[in-house]
Write a protein that binds this ligand. Structure first.
Ligand code: HEC
Length: 147
Protein backbone atom coordinates (compact mmCIF):
# COMPACT_ATOMS: atom_id res chain seq x y z
CA UNK A 1 0.00 0.00 0.00
CA UNK A 2 2.76 2.39 0.97
CA UNK A 3 4.50 1.54 -2.27
CA UNK A 4 1.38 2.28 -4.29
CA UNK A 5 1.07 5.63 -2.56
CA UNK A 6 4.68 6.45 -3.34
CA UNK A 7 4.24 5.56 -7.00
CA UNK A 8 1.10 7.69 -7.21
CA UNK A 9 2.82 10.63 -5.58
CA UNK A 10 5.79 10.41 -7.92
CA UNK A 11 3.43 10.19 -10.90
CA UNK A 12 1.50 13.22 -9.74
CA UNK A 13 4.67 15.25 -9.24
CA UNK A 14 5.87 14.21 -12.70
CA UNK A 15 2.60 15.22 -14.34
CA UNK A 16 2.76 18.63 -12.71
CA UNK A 17 6.47 19.07 -13.43
CA UNK A 18 6.06 18.19 -17.09
CA UNK A 19 3.67 21.14 -17.51
CA UNK A 20 6.65 23.45 -17.15
CA UNK A 21 8.52 22.01 -20.10
CA UNK A 22 8.21 24.67 -22.82
CA UNK A 23 6.28 23.61 -25.90
CA UNK A 24 7.55 26.19 -28.33
CA UNK A 25 5.61 29.05 -29.88
CA UNK A 26 2.59 26.88 -30.75
CA UNK A 27 -0.32 26.68 -30.01
CA UNK A 28 -1.08 29.85 -31.84
CA UNK A 29 -2.65 30.88 -35.10
CA UNK A 30 -0.71 33.19 -37.39
CA UNK A 31 -2.87 35.30 -39.73
CA UNK A 32 -4.47 33.41 -42.61
CA UNK A 33 -3.44 35.59 -45.52
CA UNK A 34 -4.23 33.52 -48.61
CA UNK A 35 -6.91 31.03 -47.61
CA UNK A 36 -7.86 28.52 -50.25
CA UNK A 37 -10.78 29.53 -52.44
CA UNK A 38 -12.63 27.50 -55.03
CA UNK A 39 -15.76 25.38 -54.83
CA UNK A 40 -17.37 25.89 -51.40
CA UNK A 41 -18.07 22.17 -51.01
CA UNK A 42 -14.35 21.42 -51.44
CA UNK A 43 -13.28 24.12 -49.01
CA UNK A 44 -15.87 22.84 -46.51
CA UNK A 45 -14.37 19.33 -46.60
CA UNK A 46 -10.84 20.63 -46.14
CA UNK A 47 -12.00 22.91 -43.33
CA UNK A 48 -13.74 20.10 -41.54
CA UNK A 49 -11.05 17.44 -41.86
CA UNK A 50 -7.71 19.07 -42.62
CA UNK A 51 -7.59 22.67 -41.42
CA UNK A 52 -6.65 21.79 -37.85
CA UNK A 53 -3.19 20.75 -39.08
CA UNK A 54 -2.96 22.28 -42.54
CA UNK A 55 -3.99 25.88 -41.93
CA UNK A 56 -3.48 28.80 -39.59
CA UNK A 57 -7.03 28.34 -38.31
CA UNK A 58 -6.36 25.44 -35.97
CA UNK A 59 -9.09 24.78 -33.41
CA UNK A 60 -6.91 24.01 -30.40
CA UNK A 61 -8.57 21.52 -28.04
CA UNK A 62 -8.05 21.87 -24.28
CA UNK A 63 -5.60 18.94 -24.24
CA UNK A 64 -3.34 20.81 -26.65
CA UNK A 65 -2.43 22.89 -23.58
CA UNK A 66 -1.75 19.91 -21.33
CA UNK A 67 1.56 18.05 -21.52
CA UNK A 68 2.35 15.47 -22.73
CA UNK A 69 -0.57 15.52 -25.23
CA UNK A 70 0.31 19.09 -26.11
CA UNK A 71 3.66 17.99 -27.53
CA UNK A 72 1.99 15.48 -29.82
CA UNK A 73 -0.66 17.91 -31.04
CA UNK A 74 1.83 20.72 -31.56
CA UNK A 75 4.17 18.40 -33.46
CA UNK A 76 1.38 17.26 -35.78
CA UNK A 77 0.24 20.81 -36.48
CA UNK A 78 3.78 22.07 -37.04
CA UNK A 79 4.49 19.12 -39.33
CA UNK A 80 1.26 19.55 -41.24
CA UNK A 81 1.56 23.31 -41.71
CA UNK A 82 5.17 23.11 -42.81
CA UNK A 83 4.29 20.80 -45.71
CA UNK A 84 0.92 22.08 -46.78
CA UNK A 85 -0.85 25.16 -45.47
CA UNK A 86 -4.28 25.95 -46.90
CA UNK A 87 -4.00 29.45 -45.38
CA UNK A 88 -1.22 30.15 -47.89
CA UNK A 89 -2.74 28.26 -50.81
CA UNK A 90 -3.61 31.28 -52.98
CA UNK A 91 0.05 32.37 -52.85
CA UNK A 92 1.21 29.06 -54.33
CA UNK A 93 2.18 28.85 -57.95
CA UNK A 94 -0.25 26.94 -60.15
CA UNK A 95 2.10 23.99 -60.55
CA UNK A 96 2.22 23.48 -56.79
CA UNK A 97 -1.54 23.71 -56.45
CA UNK A 98 -1.97 21.05 -59.10
CA UNK A 99 0.53 18.76 -57.42
CA UNK A 100 -0.92 19.28 -53.94
CA UNK A 101 -4.42 18.59 -55.21
CA UNK A 102 -3.15 15.23 -56.50
CA UNK A 103 -1.36 14.54 -53.22
CA UNK A 104 -4.46 15.42 -51.22
CA UNK A 105 -6.51 12.79 -53.03
CA UNK A 106 -3.67 10.23 -52.87
CA UNK A 107 -3.25 10.62 -49.11
CA UNK A 108 -6.97 10.41 -48.42
CA UNK A 109 -7.34 7.38 -50.72
CA UNK A 110 -4.46 5.67 -48.90
CA UNK A 111 -6.22 6.30 -45.59
CA UNK A 112 -3.21 8.31 -44.40
CA UNK A 113 -5.02 11.64 -44.00
CA UNK A 114 -6.37 12.85 -41.71
CA UNK A 115 -3.82 11.19 -39.42
CA UNK A 116 -5.21 8.13 -37.60
CA UNK A 117 -4.66 9.63 -34.15
CA UNK A 118 -6.71 12.64 -35.23
CA UNK A 119 -9.47 10.47 -36.70
CA UNK A 120 -9.58 8.55 -33.43
CA UNK A 121 -10.76 11.63 -31.53
CA UNK A 122 -12.47 13.54 -34.38
CA UNK A 123 -15.08 11.22 -35.84
CA UNK A 124 -16.46 13.95 -38.03
CA UNK A 125 -13.10 14.23 -39.80
CA UNK A 126 -13.54 10.89 -41.61
CA UNK A 127 -14.30 11.46 -45.26
CA UNK A 128 -17.35 9.83 -46.75
CA UNK A 129 -17.05 8.19 -50.19
CA UNK A 130 -19.06 11.10 -51.55
CA UNK A 131 -16.64 13.63 -50.09
CA UNK A 132 -13.75 11.75 -51.66
CA UNK A 133 -15.54 11.92 -55.01
CA UNK A 134 -15.88 15.68 -54.55
CA UNK A 135 -12.13 15.99 -53.90
CA UNK A 136 -11.36 13.85 -56.97
CA UNK A 137 -13.47 16.18 -59.11
CA UNK A 138 -11.59 19.18 -57.75
CA UNK A 139 -8.24 17.50 -58.44
CA UNK A 140 -9.27 16.70 -62.02
CA UNK A 141 -10.47 20.23 -62.57
CA UNK A 142 -7.05 21.54 -61.54
CA UNK A 143 -5.29 18.84 -63.57
CA UNK A 144 -6.95 18.83 -67.00
CA UNK A 145 -5.73 16.08 -69.31
CA UNK A 146 -3.09 17.36 -71.76
CA UNK A 147 -3.19 16.35 -75.37
C1 HEC B 1 -3.58 15.75 -37.03
C2 HEC B 1 -2.96 16.57 -38.02
C3 HEC B 1 -3.29 16.37 -39.48
C4 HEC B 1 -4.53 16.36 -40.05
C5 HEC B 1 -5.88 16.53 -39.40
C6 HEC B 1 -4.30 16.21 -41.47
N1 HEC B 1 -2.96 16.12 -41.73
FE1 HEC B 1 -2.06 15.96 -43.55
N2 HEC B 1 -0.22 15.91 -42.68
C7 HEC B 1 0.01 15.99 -41.33
C8 HEC B 1 1.43 15.82 -41.09
C9 HEC B 1 2.10 15.83 -39.72
C10 HEC B 1 2.05 15.63 -42.34
C11 HEC B 1 3.52 15.38 -42.63
C12 HEC B 1 3.87 13.95 -42.42
C13 HEC B 1 3.40 13.09 -43.53
O1 HEC B 1 3.64 13.42 -44.69
O2 HEC B 1 2.77 12.06 -43.26
C14 HEC B 1 0.98 15.70 -43.34
C15 HEC B 1 1.17 15.59 -44.69
C16 HEC B 1 0.19 15.73 -45.63
C17 HEC B 1 0.40 15.75 -47.06
C18 HEC B 1 1.74 15.63 -47.77
C19 HEC B 1 2.23 17.01 -48.16
C20 HEC B 1 3.58 16.94 -48.82
O3 HEC B 1 3.72 17.31 -49.97
O4 HEC B 1 4.52 16.49 -48.17
C21 HEC B 1 -0.82 15.88 -47.65
C22 HEC B 1 -1.11 15.96 -49.13
C23 HEC B 1 -1.81 15.95 -46.59
N3 HEC B 1 -1.17 15.87 -45.38
C24 HEC B 1 -3.16 16.09 -46.79
C25 HEC B 1 -4.10 16.13 -45.77
C26 HEC B 1 -5.53 16.18 -46.01
C27 HEC B 1 -6.16 16.23 -47.38
C28 HEC B 1 -6.13 16.20 -44.79
C29 HEC B 1 -7.59 16.21 -44.51
C30 HEC B 1 -8.42 15.24 -45.18
C31 HEC B 1 -5.08 16.14 -43.79
N4 HEC B 1 -3.87 16.09 -44.43
C32 HEC B 1 -5.30 16.15 -42.42
C33 HEC B 1 -0.92 16.21 -40.35
C34 HEC B 1 -2.30 16.22 -40.53
Amino acid sequence: MRFAKLVLTVLLVLIVAVQFVPRGTLPGNPPATATIGGPPEVVAILRQSCFDCHSNETRWPFYSYVAPMSWLVVADVAGGRSRLNFSEWEDLRVGFRKRFARKVVERVEAGEMPLWQYRAVHWGARLSPQQLTTLRGWRDELNPPTE
